[in-house]
Design a protein around this ligand. Structure first.
Ligand code: CTP
Length: 401
């Protein structure tokens, strides 16, 4: 019984593959999981609630309340109850709604309130699956930290053959089991991550900033949380943040100085600190409380250096703490990265070069070389930022074994 005591919500949407949800429910229950099934109204057209209620040994939830007695099906309570929310099959429609915050049925409101990890097993026709909209929505869900169990290739209900079939229940079961049984290498550890850009105030309406999206920091936060760590996520005004997650505490800051203050406040208690933020190196010497008028022919802004957060933490690091920095370089990449590693007293530096296409600010991918303070260097292929985060977590975890 590899899932004994685990609480799983199985979300079923309107897709031909809903018939496979019956065997999936049976497999989960057989492994000891307690399963509560939520169906979308359309899913009932594909498989009967009676079948699923019998297999899951629990009433089936479809509506916000029971029309007979008015009992409220609390999506918040369900979201708190579950250790895992598995949506299988997930139709293109539901995936689209999940990616855009639409909450017009119990399955979706529960998704938005769920505090547990979410897995999604898409099922649809190959053209729907390949459509750019669907692919973008799936990418969005991955970015939010949801695990997507890729559709399989084979014969589809339409008679066509291609990618779009929901993965077989036996395979989904194995993903679920390995998720619960995976070693949580950072259990009991605290990890600080800086992320995103900083904004340096010029006047009430202007700032100096940069294009950092926060994607790499967010991917790292999800990975460390998945591995059992408690994450303190200090972010500037980025486009991307982690979704609400009980293991990730988000602290919003604006300027380099605020990011430094917040990092110093927490650094003493963490085991690992990762400097993924693109901190402004300079800030206006004098910032104006009034909007600067377009009066003169030119405007000279005098800048002064900001504090280097990584170096400051490096100088305070105590034995056992691990400090990781990033280096985005355009030339003499390895030499420059090694200099930064030493100067800032880092344990690891993650180097990415602007010369590699698909790497750096804004992309969903990155190509990195991880160099450590013992002279070891590891170069990885171009990968998704989620996979790069896994590589970084793997390399750091070796220091704790
Ligand atoms: N960093 C920091 N505080 C700063 C500047 C940088 O914590 N004020 C961190 C970044 O988060 C990153 C590492 O230091 O992890 C290297 O950042 P980078 O901008 O490449 O380094 P700099 O020291 O600013 O060097 P450069 O002159 O190349 O900009």
């Amino acid at each position: 019984m590899r899932l004994a005591g685990k609480h799983i919500i199985l979300g079923i949407t309107g897709s031909i593959a809903a018939y496979k949800a019956a065997s999936l429910t049976r497999l989960l229950v057989k492994e000891g999981a307690e399963v509560k099934v939520i169906m979308t109204p359309l899913a009932k057209e594909f498989i009967t609630p009676l079948t699923l209620a019998t297999l899951s040994k629990n009433p089936i939830l479809v509506d916000f309340f029971n029309p007979e007695n008015g009992d409220w099906n609390s999506h918040v309570d369900l979201g708190l109850w579950a250790d895992l929310y598995l949506i299988a099959p997930a139709s293109a429609n539901t995936i689209g709604k999940m990616a855009h915050g639409i909450a017009d049925n119990l399955l979706l409101t529960t998704y938005l309130s769920a505090k547990c990890p979410v897995m999604v097993a898409p099922a649809m026709d190959l053209d729907m699956y390949n459509h750019q909209t669907t692919q973008d929505n799936i990418a969005t869900l991955k970015r939010y930290g949801n695990v997507v169990i890729e559709a399989a290739t084979g014969e589809l209900a339409s008679g066509l053959t291609g990618k779009g079939r929901m993965e077989e229940p036996e395979k989904i079961l194995e993903v679920v089991v390995s998720f619960f049984n995976s070693k949580k290498r950072f259990l009991g550890k605290k990890v600080l991550i800086t992320s995103g850009p900083t904004y340096e105030h010029i006047d009430p309406v202007r700032f100096i900033g940069n294009y950092s999206s926060g994607k790499m920091g967010t991917a790292l936060a999800y990975k460390f949380a998945e591995e059992g760590a408690e994450v303190i996520f200090i972010s500037g005004p980025a486009a991307v943040f982690p979704n609400s997650n009980p293991s990730i505490k988000i602290i919003n800051v604006t300027s380099a100085q605020q990011m430094l203050d917040s990092s110093l406040q927490h650094f003493g208690s963490v085991d690992v600190a990762i400097m993924a933020a693109a901190v402004a190196d300079f800030t206006p010497e004098n910032s104006s409380t009034l909007k600067i008028k377009r009066e003169a022919d030119d405007l000279v802004l005098k800048l002064k250096p900001t504090a280097d957060i990584a170096s400051t933490l490096g100088s305070k690091k105590h034995s056992g703490q691990i400090l990781v920095g990033f280096a985005l370089e355009t030339n003499d990449e390895v030499v420059n990265a090694k200099k930064k590693l030493e100067k800032k007293n880092l344990d690891f530096i993650v180097l990415n070069s602007l010369n590699d296409s698909g790497a750096g600010f804004g992309y969903d991918t990155n190509k990195v070389t991880i160099i450590d303070n013992k002279g070891t260097s590891n170069t990885f292929e171009l990968k998704s930022k989620t996979e790069v985060a896994s590589d970084i977590v793997d390399v750091i975890s070796k220091r704790f074994i």
